[in-house]
Design a protein around this ligand. Structure first.
Ligand code: C5P
Length: 224
């Protein structure tokens, strides 16, 4: 018997966190993989050790050694522990997202994180959040959701999200960063951001969080 996976992919700031956390509550006992956090942690770890982010093999080499723990079910009580240290705040910075998308274009880095991502697939099931969950990491996922929204709307949402965490940001540069990161993620030759074949595309532009959840609930019901 294979352990079922729900893949939730899409660009940054589209609400994947909201949807995957909601699904984790909706489906008792299911595990959740925040694959973006793995790329963020690896980028930050390399940066802190003074490893050149262009040295893909050196960066990838750090991946198996990192002791990573995720705690807390909601965004507010989230704690990310790396080698026993609390990295939550630094991992969530927009600048860390930008570093992550730079190392994420390297095949060596993606390969190094593949096994770590597969390790999250445990009974009774996994909800996987990322860019290539449905296309590359879990191509046999039972349900593949691809979320999208305009960059402007995503920048607005990200701004709110950051300010709720006490992180200061302003809209125009945030919008620029989001666009630049999207471009890198969509145009890279390996595992580019795109809907998987048979993915259910959910355009969330103009939708409230409740409306997005209602749409996802429909999809979950349909897939039994
Ligand atoms: O989702 P999050 O913003 O945390 O992801 C940070 C970056 O990590 C993304 O912009 C992307 O470049 C990379 N990433 C990826 N594949 C994933 C998840 C994240 O390439 N599955």
């Amino acid at each position: 018997t294979t352990i079922p996976v729900i893949a939730v992919d899409g660009p940054s700031g589209v609400g994947k966190g909201l949807v995957t956390r909601w699904l984790a509550q909706r489906l008792p006992g299911w595990h959740r993989l925040d694959s973006g956090a793995l790329y963020r942690i690896l980028a930050l770890s390399a940066h802190r050790r003074g490893v050149d982010l262009h040295e893909a093999r050196a960066v990838a080499g750090l991946a198996p050694r990192l002791d990573i723990r995720f705690e807390g079910a909601s965004e507010d009580d989230e704690r990310i522990l790396v080698d026993g240290e609390n990295w939550t705040h630094d991992v969530r910075r927009e600048s860390t997202g930008a570093l992550a998308s730079k190392i994420a274009a390297a095949p060596e880095v993606r390969a190094a994180l593949l096994q770590r991502q597969h390790d999250f697939r445990q009974a009774p099931g996994l909800i996987a959040d990322g860019r290539d969950m449905g296309t590359v990491v879990f191509p046999d996922a039972a349900l593949k959701i691809f979320m999208d929204a305009s960059p402007e709307e995503r920048a607005q949402r990200r701004l709110k999200q950051l300010s709720a965490k006490g992180i200061q940001a302003t809209l125009a540069p945030l919008c620029e960063e989001i666009r630049a990161r999207d471009e890198r993620d969509r145009n890279r030759p390996i595992a580019p951001l795109k809907p998987a074949e048979h993915a259910e595309v959910v355009d969330t532009t103009g939708l409230s969080p409740e409306a997005v959840i209602a749409r996802v609930e429909e999809l979950v019901q349909r897939y039994g």
